[in-house]
Write a protein that binds this ligand. Structure first.
Ligand SMILES: [Zn+2]
Length: 333
């Protein structure tokens, strides 16, 4: 079965055409419906907007042994590095428990494996600053430390969320190897140093492992727009209205993988202010997308959207992975 569905006009005035194909049998736990969206150019991704040119920054060192774990290189471009695992830090009070991968701020950081976001820390303070821990299906952990906290081109410490983490990334979010999850920076105790990713690997028992050979052997891979396209939820931001100090955002969304309601997060000037499942009844959307249930609508309110601020909605699938930034609007007075 295949049919085409016209989605309400989006920000750029285009109508997306969605081709849906239902497989002959439902496999539990697997995508039930393959959805291919065209007009992808209309989908604005922050990664594309902010990523510096991705040429190599030197060459990786030759491995000295087999990989501790086969991974995708956590930085989205080639960088040179040397083995500093175990080197003294903090005036000899501790040792270095990872590898430092130097690159310009806002260089995309990608998931080292198919994994789940186990811990997301959004704070410039402490040694680590902004950080992310991904846990793969076998229990290995990948720690991303010193994630960006600055407005591009500055060292202002503004710590805008969407300049630290990729759209939709939050606790429990499913990610795929090579998917952009965050942006390289200098938060935490790296403020006085060159921007870098401090990368750690912990085995399933929690033991810190030197990731040197894993990094030296790692595949360099950033998931392309064509690859992420089929993971993208789709939907529409319909209205942004004010009543007194409260701004209410309404629209709808559908997960690319699951029949569960997709998650909708409201971002104001780049920072998440409200999030909920798009689980309100929307008979019109259900009629246009048969077989996907009727729970698609979202209605989110915030008192944190002053007049003139930028209001955006990100749709993201916690369990299935993938995200889409819907159109943005200016908060009304
Ligand atoms: Zn380090």
């Amino acid at each position: 079965m295949s049919l085409k569905v016209a989605v309400p006009v989006n920000r750029s005035g285009m109508v997306d055409t969605i081709t849906r194909t239902a497989p002959s049998a439902h496999v539990p736990g697997r995508p039930r419906i393959l959805i291919v969206m065209t007009a992808l150019a209309a989908a604005v991704t922050l990664a594309a907007a902010c990523a510096p040119a991705a040429g190599p920054l030197g060459r990786r060192p030759a491995p000295t042994g087999p990989a501790e774990r086969e991974i995708v290189f956590p930085v989205g471009r080639e960088v040179s590095f040397s083995d500093t695992f175990g080197a003294p830090r903090g005036g000899g009070t501790r040792t270095h428990e990872g590898q430092d991968l130097m690159a310009p701020k806002m260089t995309p950081l990608v998931a080292a494996a198919d994994a789940e976001v186990d811990w997301l820390r959004w704070s410039s303070s402490g040694n680590a600053g902004n950080m992310l821990v991904l846990t793969d299906d076998d229990g290995w952990e990948y720690w991303y430390i010193h994630i960006n906290n600055d407005t591009p081109g500055t060292d202002d410490g503004a710590n805008r969320y969407d300049q630290a983490f990729a759209d939709g990334i939050r606790d429990g979010q499913r990610v795929r190897a090579g998917e952009v999850v965050a942006y390289l920076g200098d938060s935490g105790n790296a403020e006085g140093t060159s921007p870098h990713l401090h990368f750690e690997m912990h085995d399933p028992s929690g033991r810190v492992i030197n990731p040197f050979n894993s990094l030296a052997h790692a595949e360099l891979r950033v998931r392309s727009a064509a690859e992420t396209e089929r993971d993208r939820p789709f939907g529409n931001l319909e209205t942004v209205q004010r009543s007194g100090g409260t701004v209410t955002v309404r629209g709808w969304g559908i997960d690319a993988h699951l029949d569960d309601p997709v998650r909708a997060t409201v971002m104001v000037d780049g920072n998440p202010v409200a999030s909920a499942s798009a689980s309100l009844s929307r008979p019109d959307v259900a009629a246009a997308n048969p077989g996907r249930g009727s729970a698609h609508g979202f209605e989110l309110s915030t008192t944190s959207a002053p007049a003139g601020s930028e209001v955006c909605v990100v749709l993201h699938s916690i369990g299935g992975g993938g995200n889409t930034r819907l159109s943005c609007r200016t908060a009304p007075a």
